[in-house]
Design a protein around this ligand. Sequence first.
Ligand code: HEC
Ligand code: HEC
Length: 163
Amino acid sequence: MKTVPFRPLALGVAVLAVTVLLFGRARAGDQDYYPPVTDKITLQECGSCHIAFPPSMLPAASWKRMMGELANHFGDDASVDADTAAAITRYLTGQAGDASGRPGKLLRGLRPGEAPLRITELPKWVHEHDEVPKADWTRKDVGSKANCGACHLDAQQGYFEDD
Ligand code: HEC
Ligand code: HEC
């Protein structure tokens, strides 16, 4: 006697396959999504003067270097106590653009071992912005290249599409 095919399972597998396919596509197409900071301490200490920049936008070596020089942070004193610094460093390096071993989108063109402090000086960042008109940078509500949110309205949520 023949076994009856287990149709509900087959259907379930098919639905799952389609879901994975669609989900995979949507994610792969999300070129402008950089997961935002979710760590409370990092958000609090690194999101008060500017947005808390997405950790994947710099390599781990950059975050380590920056966290070691917070007393002179682009001319500001952004220092925190040693325990807080250690916790933030752990979080940022763990989520860094090269943490998985595969360099993230904005890190392309960076030489291994380089530890730039500015996202806005990454070769890929400069390239992504080389067609932005000069007048946009000098707009009063922009003020600085580092003021991502002035142009990328959903920067805090991790979206950096062309707004
Ligand atoms: C007291 C204010 C202050 C605090 C707190 C602060 N920053 Fe900054 N940060 C600045 C200033 C000022 C700049 C330079 C902004 C500019 O060029 O317009 C800057 C720039 C940066 C940049 C470079 C932006 C670029 O040009 O690509 C990064 C990355 C950064 N900060 C990360 C951090 C991290 C991580 C923390 C938390 C440990 C932090 N900041 C806390 C004031 C601060
Ligand atoms: C003066 C406005 C302005 C500021 C400030 C700005 N950007 Fe942009 N950015 C743009 C524009 C416009 C584009 C799209 C350029 C294009 O497609 O030619 C863009 C593109 C990008 C992209 C590529 C998006 C994609 O579709 O792949 C990223 C990532 C990005 N910006 C990140 C940042 C970050 C991070 C900051 C702050 C450190 C920042 N931008 C500041 C205007 C700005």
